[in-house]
Design a protein around this ligand. Structure first.
Ligand SMILES: Cc1cc2nc3c(=O)[nH]c(=O)nc-3n(C[C@H](O)[C@H](O)[C@H](O)COP(=O)(O)OP(=O)(O)OC[C@H]3O[C@@H](n4cnc5c(N)ncnc54)[C@H](O)[C@@H]3O)c2cc1C
Length: 340
């Protein structure tokens, strides 16, 4: 394969950290490819909580996750990186002076790698009950996250879970859905106290229904869409039926590095160990964001941004040891048509 087919850097994972890495690659003038297993860019922000507000990104006092993701996509793709979606990177094979990345959508060659794979492939926990598999598809009524509030307008929604997402969506869908019922297998919730109190006050007024300690026994459908759910009290084993045309299981997701764990990178606590310049144990392979571990690591969007900048600028140095490490200030860069 000719040199022209080898990209300077491949960013594995198109979440906020990967998009920021792609931005820095463009700013430094190196060729870049973003590969993501999901069919869309944006990582957890788009896949898990697009309609939630984020309050702790510098300079943005309050922004919807999907809006931040769209801004990140605009910024991260402005220099024209190749974007390959729906392609989980399964293997990373070191070859002579480059790496070969194997995905179901083909193989890609790259001189350096920046792994920004978050929690790995985002596999939400699903309900393990008869009827779930039959309805967990477009139009089937079984969901693992809320993509758009409007999808639930006028519907009878059953939410399963006891954490922040479950309680937040009881509050978020009230008034939009025709009815909202929450079931949780324990009487206590793991969500923010003020949200739980707000939800319980609504339940007392009859605006939402809370059933604890309940679990789903099975789901039945009409014309391919869920219509009735049998739930049981896990103390008395008594069954109750909930009429519902949407079931949203908000049970978190399994942190699983998946294939990344087999790439020969040193791992720690199910994440990739990096040094102070965000380099992994394999020279030329950098990592940033939720996927990394170092002392004091925080799993926050803002930390991922800083790590991505460090990773990519050091990758530039790896590619060309004479290159400057510091990118310069964007306020002065010609690439943005600014003068010194
Ligand atoms: C409900 C919720 C609310 C949150 N609220 C906040 C908040 O208010 N403030 C804050 O700072 N943080 C918040 N976070 C955390 C924040 O979302 C993460 O820190 C951030 O998304 C990490 O970004 P990332 O780019 O490192 O990883 P991710 O966003 O996880 O993106 C990783 C991407 O890599 C892809 N990928 C994984 N493995 C592969 C592979 N082998 N091949 C190809 N692609 C792969 C995945 O598909 C994914 O798209 C919240 C998280 C959740 C779940």
């Amino acid at each position: 394969m000719s040199d022209a087919n080898i990209t300077d850097i491949t960013v594995i994972g198109g979440g906020p950290t990967g998009l920021y890495a792609a931005f820095y690659a463009g700013l430094r003038g190196i060729s870049c490819r973003i590969v993501d297993a999901l069919p869309q860019l944006g990582g957890q922000l788009m896949a898990l909580y697009p309609e939630k507000y984020i309050f702790d990104v510098g300079g943005l006092p309050k922004i919807l996750a999907k809006d931040l993701a769209n801004n990140m996509i605009e910024q991260g793709t402005q220099f024209g990186p190749e974007v390959v979606l729906g392609a989980e990177v399964q293997e990373m094979v070191p070859e002579d002076g480059h790496f070969r990345l194997v995905t179901p959508r083909g193989e890609f060659l790259t001189r350096t790698v920046c792994v920004t794979a978050g929690k790995g492939a985002l596999n939400p926990r699903v309900l393990e009950c008869p009827g779930w598999d039959d309805h967990y598809r477009d139009g089937g009524g079984a969901h693992t996250h809320v993509r758009q509030i409007e999808d639930f307008r006028g519907r009878r929604v059953l939410i399963v879970g006891g954490g922040d997402s479950a309680v937040d969506w009881v509050l978020g869908l009230r008034g939009v859905a025709r009815s909202v019922t929450l079931i949780h297998r324990r009487p206590e919730f793991r969500a923010h106290k003020s949200s739980v109190l707000e939800m319980q006050a609504l339940a007392e007024k009859g605006e939402v229904q809370i059933l604890t300690p309940y679990e789903v026994r099975h789901m039945e459908g009409v014309n391919g869409c869920v219509a009735r759910v049998t739930v049981f009290n896990n103390e008395t084993n008594e069954d109750t039926h909930v009429e519902a045309d949407a079931v949203i299981a908000l049970l978190g997701f399994k942190p699983d590095l998946g294939p990344i764990a087999r790439w020969g990178l040193a791992l720690e606590k199910n994440t990739i160990r990096v040094n102070g310049v965000m380099e992994t144990s394999v020279p030329g392979v950098y990592a940033a964001g939720d996927v990394v571990h170092y002392e004091g690591k925080l799993e926050l969007i803002s930390c991922g941004y800083g790590e991505a900048a460090i990773a990519v600028n050091n990758a530039v140095r790896y590619l060309n040891p004479k290159a400057r490490l510091a990118p310069g200030h964007s306020t002065n860069l010609k690439i943005f048509k600014q003068d010194d």
